[in-house]
Design a protein around this ligand. Structure first.
Ligand code: NAD
Length: 507
């Protein structure tokens, strides 16, 4: 072992005696699949079964779509006042806070992330429900009172209709909360499909929505796989919009599938996010943020700062600092409160991460730290060492593709233009960071980099108020902020002739 900080199994008594049973929520009723099919999820860290979920087929997806369509058309929610919608969303936020410990624990057990971060995720999710409640009460359209003496123009905002919300496994509870409360605030009805790997906390959210009094059919949850559940949610003509977070490959498939019915598609996809470090940067602060950026959620993070582009004058000094910090980051049992990096989601994904590192080494890169699976005493084999790969060239797959693991690639630059070219060299454009004490350097970078979010002298801060989304192949549309609500709204123009009639068109 390369002198790393490892937290061995310490809390196995907290493992569940029984896996959680999860059912679909359709039209206000909890149901098994008609064919009785289920799928089991085992804890990536501990290997024990932690949930058994109904495995949906086309029939369950279609029943949920029918329920959401009927609920939307009935109008109990879609025509409710902003005040009533906000009251319910606030109640949901309070119930999330009440159930925070149970939600976080299930998230740890299904995803492998550390308990401290799962708790923070639940807290952040409750904040999003509260923020969306504020939007529900304050949203409004426009009026045009300058169209002439006998004309008034109104721009109405209306819910877009029935939306399908398809989410990934890496932040299951947070990501559904980046979508659902905004859709509900707008007045939409929804069918939610969580990842087949992490369905538990989405079902727990459904139970909370039921307790909060959401009318049956306004939100429906169908458990299962992309094929056939996600696919049905992307093609059915009764769905007006698909909001998807996941990989760029699946995002492209959904866009193609949705095109036959021209439904709106909003996409939050992958990233290969650069942090550019100029020689005048505070290297200690930058090193700490780089460690956070690459190891947070074991690097299984669309915002992973998996690629640093550092000026060659400070590259060696900075790399040494990041290596030293990386040895101190506690990797291990996600149920231990001290752990900062937990397990990798699946054995197949661990093999993929390792493949990127091996491929880079074969192409001439060097491993400064890690580069192999991590042995965590008393737990299974699904852990990967903190890994730093230097001498990476821009054309290597490790520099251009999402590794989605605790693996940092180090590239170097000589001048500003080269740094920008390297930063913009990926097909992705989700987020980017710049480190410099010179505000002009930071601003110049922020304006020229192709990314939906730019952090200057910080990394991965997030606020409900600030929109989030990607340029290029990182997606389309935005979540969070007012834009996150606008995505779920349709715009209707009303032109009203007042008083006088217009001159006759037919002479
Ligand atoms: P994924 O694309 O494999 O799966 C995401 C969801 O899509 C799952 O629910 C899956 O069942 C479903 N799905 C799969 N095939 C489908 C199909 N043909 N039609 C409809 N749905 C289908 O992604 P993942 O492995 O769960 O998550 C990791 C990816 O998500 C990474 O690429 C990551 O960058 C991205 N991500 C992006 C953001 C963001 O906000 N930009 C946030 C988190 C994760």
């Amino acid at each position: 072992m390369q002198d790393l900080t490892v937290i061995p199994a310490s809390n196995t008594a907290a493992l569940p005696a029984e896996p959680m049973t999860l059912r679909h929520w359709i039209g206000g009723a909890w149901r098994d699949s008609a064919d009785g099919a289920t799928s089991e999820r085992r804890s990536p860290a501990h290997g024990v079964p932690v949930s058994i979920a109904a495995k949906g087929a086309r029939a369950e997806a279609e029943a949920a779509i029918a329920a959401a369509r009927a609920a939307f058309d009935a109008g109990e929610w879609s025509r409710a006042s902003g005040k009533d919608r906000a009251t319910l969303l606030l109640r949901v936020a309070d119930l999330i806070d009440r159930d925070q410990q149970a939600i976080a624990r299930q998230e740890v057990l299904e995803s492998g992330k550390p308990i401290s971060q799962a708790l923070a995720e639940s807290e952040g999710a409750a904040d999003l429900w509260r923020y969306a409640a504020a939007l529900a009460r304050t949203m409004h359209g426009d009026s045009h009172n300058s169209l002439g003496p006998d004309m008034l123009g109104l721009v109405l905002k209306e819910p877009i209709g029935v939306v399908s919300l398809i989410t990934p496994w890496n932040f299951p509870f947070l990501i559904v909360s980046q979508k659902l409360p905004f859709a509900l605030a707008a007045g939409c009805t929804a069918v939610v499909k969580p990842s087949e790997l992490t369905p538990g906390t989405t079902v727990m959210l459904g139970r909370i929505l039921e307790e909060a009094g959401l009318p049956g059919g306004v939100c429906n949850i169908v458990l299962g796989y992309g094929d056939p559940v996600g696919e049905t949610l992307s093609t059915d003509p009764r769905i007006d919009m698909v909001s998807f977070t996941g990989s760029t490959g699946v995002g492209k498939r959904i866009t193609a599938a949705a095109s036959a019915t021209l439904k709106k598609v909003s996409l939050e996809l992958g990233g290969k996010n650069p942090q550019v470090i100029f020689p005048d940067a505070d290297l200690d602060q930058a090193a700490d943020a780089i460690a956070f950026g690459v190891y947070f959620n074991a690097g299984e993070c669309c915002n992973s700062g998996s690629r640093i582009i550092v000026h060659e004058d400070v590259a060696e000094a900075l790399t040494e600092k990041v290596v030293a910090l990386s040895r101190r980051v506690p990797f291990g049992d996600p149920l231990d409160a001290r752990t900062q990096v937990g397990a990798i989601i699946s054995p197949e994904h661990l093999a993929k991460i390792d493949g990127y590192v091996r491929g880079a080494v074969a192409a001439g890169a060097r491993v400064a730290l890690g580069g192999a699976a991590l042995d965590v005493g008393g737990l299974g084999a699904q852990f990967y060492q903190p890994t730093i790969v230097t001498a990476v060239r821009p054309e290597m797959p490790i520099a251009t593709e999402e590794v989605f693991g605790p693996v940092l690639s180090v590239l170097t630059f000589r001048d500003f233009d080269e740094a920008i070219a390297l930063a913009n060299g990926a097909t992705y454009g989700l987020s980017a960071g710049v480190w410099s004490r010179d505000v002009s350097t930071c601003l110049d970078f922020a304006r020229r980099v192709q990314a939906g979010t730019v952090w200057t002298n910080t990394w991965m801060d997030g606020f409900a108020e600030l929109p989030f989304g990607g340029f290029k192949e990182s997606g389309q549309g935005r979540e969070l902020g007012r834009y996150g609500l606008e995505e779920f709204l349709e715009v209707k123009t009303v032109q009203m002739r007042i008083g006088r009639t217009r001159g006759a068109w037919v002479a």
